[in-house]
Design a protein around this ligand. Structure first.
Ligand SMILES: [Zn+2]
Length: 276
């Protein structure tokens, strides 16, 4: 006899529960997927074709993955308050010079204090004295204490060998993959003692072969001494990279990993920055 009112209230609370669950799922999805990325893009130089292809791909990826990108061609207006709007800084081949002092200080703070993540491609390690600018020493240290030495101007293909296959940036990638038409920068020393290397290039695989070699030649790495999740990917010269599934997967993984808020990892008891 009293089953009726109980039933009615059970139905109401069930319906409310479903509504609540739906709302929670929607907000959880927005929280985990949505972030703002700043893209500092090098324009109009030898990398124009690559940068154009990268921006097209980034726009499509941002739509698909529910994040936003703002593209800048100069770092002139960057300061701490400006960078605070972004959870990810993508350095799309823009070199580590032509930055004013305020922009440099803001970037250093962003990386050292982990105010957001960083993905740097190719020309981002053009470290040395170029175009009348001195080397940015802090940036050189960030990249493992290196200075740019040489590159394969005629471009060759090479086989990249994954090292830390458990790292989220290498998820879904084969243990080796070929990158075509790359310049394969070399440096005055190996960054390996100062960074965590995620992948290297097998120089014996170069087609055609080249004498411009490093021996042990890291091409993807992260500096775990910085609070920011950061990853440098040496490959990034030729626009055909955005027809290469392995390369697209690597950059995509790197973006999603670097954009994640490290403080959330701490909240769930993870201490290793390599976890995802
Ligand atoms: Zn290049």
């Amino acid at each position: 006899m009293e089953a009726k009112p109980i039933k009615a209230s059970a139905v109401i609370s069930m319906a409310a529960g479903i509504l609540l669950l739906t709302a929670f799922q929607a907000s959880a999805q927005n929280d985990t997927n949505r972030f703002h990325a700043l893209v500092l893009a090098e324009r109009g130089d030898q990398h124009e074709a690559f940068v154009v292809a990268a921006l097209e791909w980034l726009k499509a990826t941002a739509r698909q993955d529910n994040f936003t990108i703002d593209v800048f061609e100069k770092p002139d207006q960057f300061n701490k308050a400006f960078l605070a709007k972004y959870q990810l800084f993508i350095q799309l081949n823009y070199p580590p010079y032509r930055w004013n002092d305020e922009a440099k200080a803001a970037f250093q703070d962003y990386i050292e204090q982990g105010r957001g993540g960083w993905v740097g491609l190719h020309h981002a390690t053009l470290l040395g004295e170029f175009d009348g600018y001195p080397m940015w020493t802090w940036f050189s240290d960030f990249m493992g204490g290196i200075r740019f030495k040489s590159y394969i101007a005629k471009r060759v293909s090479g086989t990249v060998v994954a090292e830390d296959t458990a790292h989220p940036s290498l998820r879904g990638l084969p243990s080796t993959f070929v990158i075509d038409q790359e310049e394969w920068y070399t440096y005055d020393k190996n960054p390996r003692p100062n960074v965590h290397v995620l992948a290297h290039v097998d120089e014996s695989s170069y087609q055609p072969s080249s004498d411009i070699k490093m021996g042990d030649h890291p091409v993807v790495w992260t500096n775990e001494r910085m609070k920011a999740r950061n990853i440098y990917i040496l490959m990034g010269h030729h626009p055909s990279l955005f027809e290469n599934d392995a390369y697209k997967t690597l950059v995509h993984n790197a973006i999603l990993w670097a954009a994640r808020d490290k403080s959330r990892d701490k909240a769930v008891g993870e201490t290793n920055s390599r976890t995802n």
